[in-house]
Ligand binder design. Structure first.
Ligand code: BEZ
Ligand code: FE
Length: 291
């Protein structure tokens, strides 16, 4: 009779086999592969009991600090590069606009705003005009695409991190592209900022000597019927940390200069003070289902 009892040598095989009857074949694959990799990792590093207890405590603390607006597990996935890997595997872009991490701060819905609105409600930061258009792969406009944008304020915090301190829905807006697929709004030039460091993920970064900063960026989530939506950012080319994003989110196709433009006629048209900072973003959507 074959010995199927647990041993150091047979551990992965025995535990993986215990999931053989999982009715959902995909769930079976995920569980059995996870077990094999997890057991291989423990054997490779010869994990000690103290280290395993520390890992359990770390994950417990990660859950305990999370609530409706604080999602420490997403943050953990981000700093481990897991968010970016899942994103990249699932959104191979081809000619469409590349995606990047959603991040933990898309936790409230953005208010609908008219094209041209100013999303900076706290009066801080350097004003910036954002213009753009949404196209399909053939370069045809995608009218009525929705463009959801959010960013941190000039102090490096999202509105949901500072309730009562920042105006509600500061630096968030949901815009609808016009008949030519065009959109435009006013905001501030984003600044680099640290991801939250007051929880277990901050402890992890400190223990490993890693910095917590993300280069300056504006978030975009663009959707339109019959197209795959894209979750992405615009990064500021000359921002600090552009080459060492704490969450590995930078893709070269998403990096732009935010030049200063001296053009009184255009400034007047968009309601900005001349000269002004600006950035232009053509978003290309691939055909497909909404999400
Ligand atoms: C963000 O860009 O909002 C973000 C992304 C990942 C981790 C923390 C913040
Ligand atoms: Fe961000």
């Amino acid at each position: 009779m074959i010995d199927r009892s647990f041993s150091e040598e047979r551990s992965a095989e025995v535990v993986a086999d215990s999931f053989d009857s999982t009715p959902d074949p995909r769930l079976r694959t995920l569980l059995q592969s996870l077990v094999r990799h997890l057991h291989a990792f423990i054997k490779e590093v010869e994990l000690t009991e103290a280290e395993w207890a520390a890992a359990i405590n770390f994950l417990t603390a990660t859950g305990q600090i999370s609530d409706e607006v604080r999602q420490e597990f997403i943050l953990l996935s981000d700093v481990l590069g897991v968010s970016m890997l899942v994103e990249t595997i699932n959104h191979r872009a081809g000619e469409a606009t590349e995606s990047t991490v959603l991040g933990p701060f898309h936790v409230v819905s953005s208010p609908e705003r008219a094209l041209g609105a100013d999303i900076a409600l706290d009066g801080k930061g350097e004003p910036c005009l954002v213009t753009g258009r949404v196209h399909d792969l053939a370069g045809q406009p995608v009218p009525a695409a929705t463009i959801d944008v959010w960013q941190a304020n000039d102090d490096g915090f999202y509105d949901v991190q500072q309730p009562g301190l920042q105006p509600e829905r500061n630096l968030r807006g949901l815009f609808t592209a016009d008949d030519d697929g065009a959109f435009w709004f006013r905001t501030i030039v984003p600044r680099y900022y640290p991801i939250p460091q007051d929880g277990p993920v901050g402890d992890l970064l400190r223990a490993s000597g890693r910095h917590p900063f993300r280069p300056a960026h504006i978030h975009f989530l663009v959707t339109a019927p019959d197209f795959r939506s894209v979750t992405t950012h615009l990064f500021v080319a000359d921002s600090a940390y552009i080459d060492s994003d704490a969450v590995f989110g930078v893709k070269q196709s998403l990096v732009r200069m935010f030049p200063t433009v001296d053009d009184p006629v255009t400034a007047d048209k968009f309601g900005v003070t001349n000269p002004y900072r600006t950035v232009d973003f053509t978003i290309v959507l691939a055909p497909g289902a909404l999400i």
